[in-house]
Design a protein around this ligand. Structure first.
Ligand SMILES: NC(=O)C1=CN([C@@H]2O[C@H](COP(=O)(O)OP(=O)(O)OC[C@H]3O[C@@H](n4cnc5c(N)ncnc54)[C@H](O)[C@@H]3O)[C@@H](O)[C@H]2O)C=CC1
Ligand SMILES: O=C(O)C(=O)COP(=O)(O)O
Length: 468
């Protein structure tokens, strides 16, 4: 069976395949979520047409890492073939599986490197059912016309709440007391146990999670300082400080909410622990690479750091089981031996609310992209939308042309479209990649084939799709 990307790249197959169905035969009303993308008030009166360059049952989707049922249901309802796995896959198995699919849905564990993506010959789009997209080679994906979507803030609140819980848990040594009681030991102590009221929380990275946390921390009577590479509006009475060092010197609790980038790798290491207040606490629910763990172990052994909570690690297992051992991370035993250290298995965003919302948000973005070519919310392609074609427009086609951002392309594309009536057209670029969408009317199947062939022949081409 021809894949969508095959179809897109080899128009002769696309069109002969499309001939087996009438372009209008596949029309039906899309889910209500898509209607909001139709122009304003028109949406309520005019039924948008669902565009499909293929029979939806040909679309193959692989969902890894236990993507929420809400997302699975939405994709299945579209008629796509959805394969679901609870865990991530080792690289070799991933490569085997990814060859065959048009869409892959992942969370934070699946590494979609250039090596893996090179094998993904049919892949149109990647859905990251999480916030972070550091696990995907976004540049390689864009250069090959593969869109990437994520859910930028649906689990932010869950992370912020977890951090609040950890601040109090560390201040009161609750983890240790609970562990002792589980072992039958009654150890009633108040030494070095504190209220959080009046203490200073230092937030590194004042984005969605950091700023949400700021509000919650102030409600508990904490003072908030934050450090960010961008100058950002302070919420409440929080105060931005100019350097990481200034934050580390002032904060009783330091919490990290930066993305994984080359700049944030080992952002907290020996020098930073030295700058922290004696007896302060560290929380990391961002990415495992942000903290130099052997340096943390030393800082905790010396008493400089009185407690820490880690939700993320440089190496994390692909699924649940007895995998958090020293063969995964060499310092594992040293870490586990420390007191007042909370270790959680990357559960910051793992709540029913967050996962349900992420499932819907990312699945809807995938459906919009597959069926209509809309890239709103994409993290690696220009964000493009056009008001939907409607059921009143039988001989319309939507042309999508992803191309290298070089001079002269628009002139050539418009020459190709010149013999047809272009109802509306939009184009935008992001770095080296540009995305063009045009709705053309009065086109028959032969016209569509001709347009598609001509676009395919342009040297700037990355990917052509024609939806109708
Ligand atoms: N533990 C978990 O389950 C979860 C972890 N995360 C992690 O948390 C990270 C942050 O999430 P959001 O707040 O949604 O991201 P965001 O993008 O809204 O905020 C990140 C902030 O960090 C700042 N920043 C970037 N580089 C910096 C640097 N070198 N120094 C100082 N500030 C810097 C940015 O300017 C931005 O304000 C995500 O990238 C993800 O890796 C996100 C969700 C769940
Ligand atoms: O949203 C994120 O970036 C997270 O770190 C959460 O990842 P997860 O969906 O739990 O694999």
């Amino acid at each position: 069976m021809a894949s969508a990307r095959d179809i897109a790249q080899r128009p002769e197959r696309a069109v002969s395949y499309s001939l087996s169905v009438s372009p209008t035969a596949t029309m039906h009303s899309p889910p209500s979520s898509q209607q909001s993308f139709a122009a304003g008030g028109l949406a309520s009166r005019i039924k948008p047409k669902q565009l499909k360059p293929f029979i939806t049952t040909d679309i193959k989707i692989l969902l890894l890492e236990n993507v929420n049922q809400s997302g699975r249901d939405l994709l299945t309802k579209q008629g796509y073939q959805v394969e679901f796995l609870k865990s991530s896959l080792p690289e070799a198995e991933l490569i085997e599986k990814i060859r065959d699919v048009h869409v892959i849905g992942i969370r934070s564990k699946t590494k979609l490197t250039e090596k893996v993506l090179r094998e993904a010959k049919n892949l149109l789009v990647i859905g990251c059912f999480c916030i972070g997209t550091n696990q995907v080679d976004l540049t390689y994906a864009a250069k090959n016309g593969i869109a990437v979507f994520n859910s930028p803030f649906a689990n932010s609140r869950s992370v912020a709440e977890l951090v609040i819980a950890e601040i109090i848990t560390l201040a009161r040594q609750l983890g240790d007391r609970s562990n002792e009681m589980h072992r039958g030991t009654w150890n009633k102590v108040s030494a070095k146990c504190w209220e959080v009221r009046g203490k200073t929380l230092g937030i590194v990275g004042y984005g969605h999670i950091g700023s949400q946390l700021s509000v919650l921390a102030e409600a508990m009577g904490m003072s908030v300082v934050y450090y960010d590479v961008v100058t950002l509006m302070a919420i409440g009475t929080a105060k931005q400080v100019p350097t990481l060092e200034a934050l580390l010197q002032e904060a009783d609790f330091v919490t990290l909410h930066v993305p994984e980038t080359p700049e944030t790798k080992n952002m907290i290491s020996t020098a930073q622990f030295e700058q922290m207040k004696s007896g302060s606490y560290l929380i990391n629910a961002s990415r495992g690479t942000v903290v130099d763990i052997p340096a943390l172990i030393n800082a905790m052994r010396s008493g400089k750091v009185a407690g820490a909570a880690l939700d993320v690690y440089p190496n994390e297992p692909g699924g649940n089981g007895d995998y958090f051992n020293s063969s995964l991370n060499t310092w594992g035993d040293d870490l586990r031996a420390l007191n007042n250290l909370i270790l959680t298995p990357h559960i910051g965003g793992s709540t029913e609310e967050a996962q349900r919302a992420i499932g819907v948000e990312v699945a809807e973005a995938l459906v919009r992209y597959i069926n209509q070519g809309i890239t709103i919310g994409s993290v690696n392609l220009p964000e493009i939308t056009l008001r939907s074609l409607t059921l009143d427009e039988p001989d319309h086609a939507r042309v999508i042309y992803i191309h290298r951002n070089v001079p002269g392309v628009l002139r050539k594309v418009n020459e190709i479209l010149a013999d047809h009536n272009v109802d509306k057209q939009i184009s935008d670029s992001k770095g080296d990649i540009a995305y063009l969408m045009a709705d053309v009317s009065d086109v028959k199947v032969d016209d569509i084939k001709e347009i598609s062939d001509s676009l395919e022949a342009l040297s700037s081409k990355i990917l052509t799709r024609v939806l109708y």
